[in-house]
Design a protein around this ligand. Structure first.
Ligand code: FAD
Ligand code: NAD
Length: 477
């Protein structure tokens, strides 16, 4: 009663947790007039993650890849309620979610419960640290806008401190050593963007430290980008060599302190040794871990006890062992990689599923009404009503025949610096592995076309042109 949002009692409450790839793709295609749709997320915008590495150096400005959730919901046919809050607990028994407004400004009510009839969990994942000491305290991650801003500031902080009066050569060397841990696409794309920034801008603006920069990429496995083909892995490694990025493979970080990274490396003779590397900036990109709210839900469902990487779902994305809960994206385990491509296809699938469920429910109600007409109303044309019922039943069978979720892989793309990209693309039933300048143009146009809105597309192009024409902005803020 204290809420302006009055759900329609004839409709089901459909609660969507998150405003990322899975949730927004669902919202875009959902016929919202069929449900009381409530979106809950601590972030009131969608973030186009593929261009997040470009924000760390200012090649793209962060607001260009954000789209306010209200600009999405206001175009929907029926009102969608948005609560900026974090879901802290999902009670699958009582069908209630506890939410907490974690923002700086809080009203008299900041913790409350939201009941649901149907729930979609699309909360993504958090950064994996594997409990390695010092990681949380000393490194930057690269998942959210705030992370990219923090990295951008820290790069310039290291540069300005390195040029401070009377700095010792060892300290200059440390401050200008930028270490990236994790050779997956996040780590590789960030290292490429960083080296571009150093080569194309910082060296020109502050030439006295030009030859002191060093970027090191550390990877525990024998090679970087394990999801790409062998040829593209080799191309990436040789491009990094040209760009003077040092790749240390078979090197697993075990400890992080304020100024050093300690790793266990394996030499060519197979012998293990410990390497200590002083750093100025440390970016940690070792993949995903399950969020606490998801872990908690999993622990309350016996059928989830063997699942480790997230909520195990069936081929209709229904959370195994739960009723009326679906999951998409990085928090769901459906047998696919945790990518935006997968999350957005899953979201679109759920929209089709829910639209169809609402349609078939409406037809079922019509059939029900017609049947009671047949039984209760004297003098109706029984044959005509029976024909109508049959037609409805036929329509219902057709609608209800929903095929399970099927993922179509469009390919993998990654930027590797110095205007080169790698792509493993499926095209006309074949697979193409390409790398180089043309692939870079393809990467740019593909990402541009995937941007959320025309507004985003225009802003990104303007950012690209701006940074090319005037150089990236090296102000520290
Ligand atoms: P997300 O997009 O992470 O969204 C999760 C949402 O849930 C967010 O809105 C978050 O605020 C919200 N949330 C978090 N906790 C809670 C809570 N407790 N309650 C309610 N809401 C919550 N994939 C590709 O396919 N191609 C790429 O080029 C690519 N590039 C990437 C680059 C980077 C730097 C990163 C980090 C990832 C990249 N990915 C890429 C992976 C891709 O971003 C993820 O797979 C995708 O974001 C997963 O979508 P999601 O909806 O599951 O989660
Ligand atoms: P990832 O899981 O793909 O890679 C993390 C890497 O870190 C692994 O190779 C792992 O061996 C390494 N690692 C783990 N612990 C380590 C340690 N202690 N020391 C050294 N190395 C260690 O993570 P990501 O790159 O963040 O990607 C996450 C997901 O997002 C993936 O599914 C990826 O495909 C997707 N993504 C895609 C793109 C793209 O398509 N361009 C870009 C970014 C992310």
């Amino acid at each position: 009663p204290d809420d302006q949002f009055l759900p329609d009692p004839t409709k089901k409450n459909l609660v969507i947790l998150g405003t990322g790839w899975g949730a927004v793709s669902l919202l875009k295609k959902l016929d919202t007039e069929n449900y009381n749709v409530i979106v809950i997320s601590p972030r009131n915008y969608f973030l186009f993650t593929p261009l997040l590495p470009s924000c760390t150096t200012g090649t793209v400005e962060h607001r260009s890849i954000m789209e306010p959730i209200r600009s999405i919901t206001r175009h929907k046919k029926a009102a969608v309620k948005f609560y900026e809050a974090e879901a802290t607990k999902i009670d699958a028994e009582r069908k209630v979610i506890s939410i907490d407004d974690i923002s700086d400004v809080k009203g008299a009510s900041s913790k409350t419960d939201v009941p649901y009839d149907m729930l979609v969990v699309s909360v993504g994942a958090e950064n994996a640290t594997f409990g390695i000491p010092g990681v949380k305290e000393h490194s930057c991650f690269l998942k959210e806008i705030g992370d990219a801003q923090q990295i951008r500031k820290k790069i310039m902080d290291c540069v300005e401190t390195a040029t401070f009066k009377d700095q010792s050569p060892e300290e200059v060397e440390r401050l200008l050593h930028m270490v990236v841990v994790g050779g997956g696409p996040t780590g590789v794309e960030f290292a490429g963007e960083l080296q571009d920034f150093i080569d194309q801008d910082i060296k020109k603006w502050i030439p006295e430290i030009a030859d002191k920069f060093k970027v090191t990429l550390i990877e525990a496995l024998p090679n970087v980008l394990p999801m790409f083909s062998k040829q593209l892995i080799e191309y990436t490694e040789s491009t990094f060599k040209e760009e003077k990025i040092t790749i240390k493979t078979k090197t697993a970080v075990k400890k992080v302190t304020e100024k050093t990274v300690e790793a266990e490396a394996t030499g060519p003779d197979g012998k293990k040794f410990t390497e200590v590397m002083p750093y100025g900036l440390l970016v940690w990109a070792t993949g995903n871990a399950v969020r606490p709210v998801v872990k908690d839900l999993m622990s309350s469902i016996p059928a989830q006890k063997d699942s480790r990487r997230g909520l195990a779902v069936n081929e209709y994305l229904v959370v195994q062992g739960a009723k009326d809960i679906w999951a998409t994206g990085d928090c769901a385990v459906a047998g696919y990689a945790p990518t935006a491509q997968v999350a957005s296809q899953e979201g679109a699938f759920l929209a089709r599923l829910f639209n169809t469920m609402a349609k078939s429910e409406a037809i079922e109600n019509q059939i029900h009404e017609l049947s009671s007409e047949l039984n209760l109303k004297p003098g109706v044309d029984a044959a005509a009503v029976a024909r109508e019922i049959e037609a409805h039943e036929k329509q219902l069978r057709r609608i209800k025949d929903i095929k399970p979720f099927h993922y179509t892989h469009q390919g993998s793309l990654a930027y590797i610096g110095s205007e080169r990209a790698v792509a493993d693309v499926s095209w006309m039933n074949g697979n193409f592995a390409t790398g180089g300048g043309l692939t870079y143009l393809f990467w740019r146009s593909a990402y541009l076309s995937m941007c959320f809105s025309t507004r985003n597309r225009v802003l990104v192009v303007v950012d690209w042109l701006k940074s090319k024409a005037f150089g990236r902005d090296v102000s520290r803020e």
